[in-house]
Design a protein around this ligand. Structure first.
Ligand code: 3SL
Length: 221
């Protein structure tokens, strides 16, 4: 991110497995707000302020937290009206690092077309911030970036070849993203937790039309 000036851009933060997929799912099921928090202690302390505390470390729900980082924990009536404080290894850190942007929105395959339409109708240049894993590249976030590039290709003027590379990867993968991601580093990590259904769910395009946006440090729709 240090290579980009974000002050005049709309930043799309993406952590397909699984933080931004959880956030989109939660808003689609009526969550009132999600406050991204960078560290565990700060998140824990928000319990006394009426927040449901959620998140993971090493992919697992944190001891004493109300919810973990599976989209299936954010479905149905169970989340309606909740104010959630959320901390994850990479996704919430990527939001934190994007805070100087003109706008920050949350992207996932689940709201792919909604994100694409928003960027298309908006006036700002876009930057897709792939959360990756601890500062390194991952395949699933790159595939999402590629899917977005594919949708917006007629309007792009990229200043390097990363969008093009992501687009090519997405076109290779799009017919069976689950298989394509099988050998990826984070899928291998998550497979140890036996959460294959999460992976399938998170790469299913256009389940929801919500577009979470950051306002004064809080995600709202
Ligand atoms: O890193 C993150 O933000 C998480 O989404 C990682 S995990 O999928 O819960 O392991």
């Amino acid at each position: 991110m240090h290579l980009y000036e974000v002050r005049n851009r709309t930043v799309v933060v993406v952590d397909i497995l699984r933080a931004t997929s959880c956030m989109v799912t939660a808003f689609a099921h009526g969550v009132e707000s999600i406050t991204p928090v960078a560290n565990l202690d700060e998140c824990r302390s928000m319990k006394t302020k009426g927040f449901v505390i959620s998140g993971e470390r090493d992919g697992k729900k944190v001891e004493g937290f109300d919810k973990g980082n599976s989209p299936f924990e954010y479905l149905g009536d169970q989340v309606k009206g909740l104010k959630i404080a959320f901390t994850t290894t990479n996704g919430t850190q990527a939001i934190e690092k994007s805070k100087e942007a003109k706008e920050v929105i949350i992207g996932s395959f689940l709201n792919l077309t909604t994100v694409a339409k928003y960027l298309l109708l908006g006036e700002n240049n876009a930057l897709i911030v792939c959360a990756g894993w601890k500062g390194r590249v991952n395949l699933e976030d790159t595939l999402f970036a590629g899917a977005l590039v594919e949708k917006l290709k007629e309007y792009l003027g990229p200043d390097c070849d990363a969008p093009l590379a992501a687009q090519h990867l997405y076109n290779l993968a799009k017919n069976d993203m689950v298989s394509f991601l099988n050998a990826s580093s984070h899928v291998r990590r998550l497979n140890k937790l036996n959460i294959h259904d999460d992976i399938k769910f998170c790469v299913t395009p256009d389940q929801y039309k919500v577009l979470p946006k950051l306002k004064n440090g809080v995600l709202l729709v």
